[in-house]
Design a protein around this ligand. Structure first.
Ligand code: F6R
Length: 247
């Protein structure tokens, strides 16, 4: 059980390597269930998947589950992850809309929404391949430092560092929601395969701690050291603080 690490020369190569792994899986299993992330990191991957679709790849049998969504934000809000997924991916691919799943952050009953989200993942047979980004504080999904490793999908509080980092997507910092619905650490660890993407120097400390530090709830991504099939695809800047030599 050790993390596989691929170091790409730049963001474009990181994105292509991730797309290759997804397409390899879909060639073997066209009905695969993919776990998807939002944020800046996977934008290049999504552009690459759109290119692969235009070049002929069929996504019609794929099912997707997103990691998280802001709580109390309309689906139409430009910073919502519903909007993001439509804008950057779903409008371009031929995944049937009833095969795409994102936690409903506009729900009036978050506890029930979280229960039913876990049930939907189970009914789909679990997630074959989960794409993750990483927060500068080591969060995965919106599981902030201190989240129990046994957590499942739940309503979570965002850390001040996350609110600060995500304020770039909102007009004012005060507009950033303070809570989100997020798949939990156990939900992520239950995925059969995981790809974590990271680029840029702002992620270098979190990556070094996640890969070479102790496995601790204080650094959520460190739990991935315990996953049987997890690949990190990093650009050189995100990999810069890894101390062991890597090929
Ligand atoms: C997004 C998510 C978050 C992001 C992380 C990095 O669905 O779950 O964990 O992956 O905050 O965000 P970016 O890619 O914007 O640096």
């Amino acid at each position: 059980m050790s993390l596989r690490i691929k170091i790409a020369k730049d963001y474009a190569e990181m994105s292509k390597l991730a797309a290759d792994l997804i397409i390899d899986l879909l060639n073997k299993k066209p009905t695969a269930v993919l776990g998807l992330a939002t944020g800046s990191t996977p934008l290049g991957l999504y552009e690459e998947l759109v290119r692969r679709h235009r070049a002929g790849h069929d996504f019609s049998q794929v099912t997707t589950f997103n990691l998280d969504e802001y709580y109390n934000l309309d689906h139409e809000h430009p910073a919502s992850y519903h909007h993001y997924m439509h804008e950057h991916l779903f409008q371009y691919l031929n995944i049937p809309s009833d095969h795409t799943n994102i936690p409903d952050g506009a729900t009036s009953d978050p506890a029930e929404e979280c229960r039913s989200y876990e049930a939907k993942i189970a009914a789909a047979g679990g997630i074959d391949l989960q794409i993750l980004g990483i927060g500068i504080n080591g969060h995965i999904g919106f599981n902030e430092p201190g989240t129990p490793f046994g957590s499942t999908t739940s309503l979570v509080n965002l850390a001040p560092a996350t609110i600060e980092a995500n304020s770039r997507f909102f007009e004012r910092k005060d507009d950033v929601p303070q809570q989100a619905l997020s798949m939990g650490i156990r939900s992520i660890m239950n995925c059969r395969g995981i790809i974590l993407l990271a680029n840029g120097e702002s992620k270098a400390n979190a990556i070094a701690a996640a890969v070479e530090g102790p496995v601790t709830e204080e650094l959520p991504a460190s739990v991935l050291q315990l996953h049987p099939d997890c690949t990190l695809i990093l650009d050189r800047k995100a990999a810069a603080k890894l101390t062991h030599s890597r090929c």
